[in-house]
Design a protein around this ligand. Structure first.
Ligand code: ADP
Length: 454
């Protein structure tokens, strides 16, 4: 500023000198005064012109191309340009941060909707759009209550108590494919709220399954327990002779055995769910396994009936299966036992092993029993699902056998195929992938070994 004042006076001095020497007025002081006045006017005009340049540059708003102005106004232009540049950089940075923030919310597995004080949608992520069927662009600034029309949600919003969530059906929900959404409003700022949504369909299904499971287990245990309790009471209250007493004890033992079998099956299921997957380097001999199951089947058959069943084992290629001996035995034995239990006296049960051309192997059990109606087939592997409840009970079934088979099959990367027609017997087949099947005697080639460890 001092420099500017100094320059102004220098300009006046130059004006005075020019006036003194160049003007032709008689008196010297007049020449000096006129010189100073002209210099002052020139200074003001030049200054105005430069200020004007700066003003039009600022008015244009294009701060990227600053005008070339010397002196004081040039410095002003420079400072303005620098300030604008700093502000622009900050703006870009905060824009970037906002975009990163929005991308993070986009990536969230939960739906997020930002609502303004009037309950209008300011922004929503794709998950929320999928959950509620919003269009993330078209539905912006729409009232959320006009788009989410579930009465439970309307009541929740109206009540204003947002300590808990509300669970509503999704717009795509149907009887065959129910969709359940948990919606939670979180107020923030001045009247705004954050609406979070979560797909809880699987969670609710799991919870229903858990409840059903507990109810089923309780029911299954209560029945023999009630019978057992009744026998104990009878024995306590009635005088009994030896043979009668023995008969009662035998019946009690039968009920205790039933509970024991149920608990064993439950433990097997829970072990299958909780243990690590079967190893790929433990080999189980198919022939030995099938012979054991056939032998156990014959014993069961003799116990059940005097006539027994005709149980045969057919093996086309001796093989080994990579997996758990205990689990594979459990699955095969369950299938053989079912075939015997559901096939009348004298029926035939065929156990078969076939190695396919692609290297996979199929174990199957075929019987000529009553068969199963098609509507039951998809549900057979559900826990406690039985086609004929009384037949299952009579023969000591728990309703868990095929659920165990399904678990074992899945854990070995295999597939279970059930084919049956009422009156024409049933066939249960487990197909093991080539990576888990090896021919006995044939040394594992390099490729086989690699496939197994893969
Ligand atoms: P359960 O202990 O009752 O046998 P499973 O899970 O082993 O339970 O079998 C489920 C149901 O499938 C059985 O109750 C029975 O109705 C039916 N089932 C299983 N195997 C056969 C079969 N070989 N023939 C006819 N029905 C069968």
């Amino acid at each position: 500023m001092i420099w500017r004042v100094f320059r102004f006076f220098l300009f006046q001095l130059a004006g005075a000198l020019v006036g003194y020497f160049a003007l032709t007025l008689a008196q010297a002081e007049h020449r000096v005064i006129v010189g100073i006045l002209v210099a002052s006017m020139a200074w003001v005009l030049i200054d105005l012109r430069r200020g004007q340049k700066l003003r039009s540059w600022l008015r244009e708003g294009d701060t990227s191309r600053p005008p070339v102005i010397p002196g004081y106004w040039g410095e002003m232009a420079d400072r303005v340009r620098r300030l604008v540049r700093i502000r622009d950089r900050k703006l870009i940075e905060s824009e970037q941060r906002l975009q990163e923030f929005l991308s993070a919310i986009q990536a969230s597995p939960n739906g997020v909707v930002l609502l303004d004080a009037e309950g209008r949608i300011e922004w929503c992520n794709q998950t929320a759009a999928d959950h509620f069927g919003f269009d993330p662009q078209r539905d912006l600034m729409q009232q959320v209550s006009n788009l989410v029309r579930d009465p439970q949600f309307a009541a929740y919003q109206a009540k204003g108590d947002y300590a808990h969530d509300v669970v509503i059906p999704g717009p795509a929900s149907s009887n065959s494919r129910p969709v359940r959404l948990s919606v939670h409003l979180h107020p923030y700022g001045e009247g705004r709220s954050l609406m979070m949504s979560r797909d809880v369909t699987a969670l609710e299904q799991a919870e229903t399954m858990r409840r059903d499971f507990v109810a089923n287990v309780s029911h299954e245990i209560r029945t023999p327990l009630t019978v057992l309790g009744g026998f104990v009471e009878t024995m306590q209250n009635l005088p009994m002779d030896g043979p009668e007493r023995q008969r009662y004890l035998a019946l009690m033992s039968q009920q205790a055995q039933r509970m024991q079998t149920l608990v064993n099956d439950l433990l097997t299921l829970s072990r299958l769910e909780g243990s690590p997957l079967p190893r790929l380097d433990e080999w189980v001999d198919v022939r030995a396994l099938m012979d054991t199951c056939a032998q156990e089947g014959r014993e069961l058959s003799m116990l059940m009936t005097q006539v027994g069943h005709d149980i045969t084992v057919q093996i086309d290629t001796d093989c080994r299966i990579a997996g758990s001996q205990m689990e594979l035995h459990s699955a095969m034995a369950n299938l053989v036992n079912n075939a015997i239990r559901y096939t009348p006296n004298g029926g035939t049960v065929t156990m078969q092993w076939v190695r396919h051309a692609d290297g996979s192997g199929e174990f199957s059990v075929t019987d000529d029993g009553p068969g199963i109606a098609p509507e039951h087939l998809p549900r057979l592997t559900e826990r406690f699902y039985r086609v004929d409840r009384s037949r299952s009970r009579e023969t000591g079934g728990t309703g868990l056998g095929l659920a165990i088979v399904k678990h074992v099959v899945q854990r070995h990367g295999a597939q279970l195929l059930i084919t049956s027609k009422p009156g024409q017997g049933a066939r249960f087949a487990i197909t093991f992938p080539a990576s888990r099947v090896q021919r006995v005697g044939a040394h594992a080639s390099r490729r086989d070994a690699q496939a197994v460890t893969a």
